[in-house]
Design a protein around this ligand. Structure first.
Ligand SMILES: C[S@@+](CC[C@H](N)C(=O)[O-])C[C@H]1O[C@@H](n2cnc3c(N)ncnc32)[C@H](O)[C@@H]1O
Length: 212
């Protein structure tokens, strides 16, 4: 997908699609701006940053210690080009979040970040055709490893409900806050298109399996 976005950017300057729309970026950035738990110098990483829309908005609002990782080469090339265009100083690195060896990617070192942001990446990993449950466990371990003590994960998902996410992250994380999203009614039921949760890293030894 980012290969096409990258060539469109080179040809027309089009900055590409924003996953779940710009409101989903604003929702997270507004929360970070207001939260007493984050400051403009907090170390923040966007996991699966795509075209870096989230990081560029954070940079515009004054956040300065920003890192973006994605395993897609074209996404990282595009993110770098967009950051350069905006004169935004953001570190980008091509990393696979499921590769459990921290040494392969300097951005995924132990206890590095106050905040991890994920918008759509855990969803993408959850939809992998092969052994998605194992991949999810691996992802959760990576997030736990790279967060500092009491660090936070702000996750936006359109695939999982609050209850499901709380269950999946219960080994190593505690729910701190739910960020409100618009609701819709269908067939007499009320639902949300997206779930946005803030999890706090708990100081526990991560164990092996996690289930749906
Ligand atoms: C649904 S897109 C969301 C992109 C971006 N976060 C946004 O909100 O626009 C999921 C992103 O996760 C990245 N991704 C998926 N699996 C990954 C992995 N194992 N390691 C790193 N990035 C991954 C994809 O390349 C893609 O950019």
């Amino acid at each position: 997908m980012y290969e096409e976005e990258l060539s469109a950017f080179h040809e027309t300057g089009d900055t590409g699609e924003i996953w779940f729309g710009f409101e989903s970026v604003e929702r997270v950035v507004n929360w970070l701006e207001k939260s007493p738990l984050s400051t403009l110098t907090s170390d923040i990483i966007d996991l699966g940053c795509g075209n870096a829309a989230m990081l560029l908005e954070l940079y515009k609002r004054g956040f300065r210690n920003l890192v973006g990782v994605d395993y897609c080469d074209a996404a990282i090339t595009m993110a770098k080009a967009l950051a350069e265009k905006e004169s935004a100083v953001i570190k980008f690195e091509q990393c696979d979040l499921l590769n459990d060896t921290a040494s392969t990617c300097s951005s995924l070192s132990y206890s590095t970040y106050h905040m991890c942001i994920d918008k759509g990446t855990y969803d993408a990993i959850s939809l992998m055709p092969n052994n998605a449950q194992l991949q999810r466990t691996c992802y959760i371990k990576t997030v736990h490893r790279i967060l500092k003590e009491n660090g936070l994960l702000v996750i936006t998902s359109c695939n999982w409900t609050e209850k499901e996410l709380v269950h999946q992250f219960n080994n190593g994380f505690a729910l701190l806050e739910k960020i409100p999203t618009p609701t819709f009614n269908f067939g007499g039921q009320t639902g949300n298109r997206e779930t946005v949760l803030v999890f706090k890293k708990m100081d526990v030894k991560m164990t092996g399996s996690m289930s749906r």
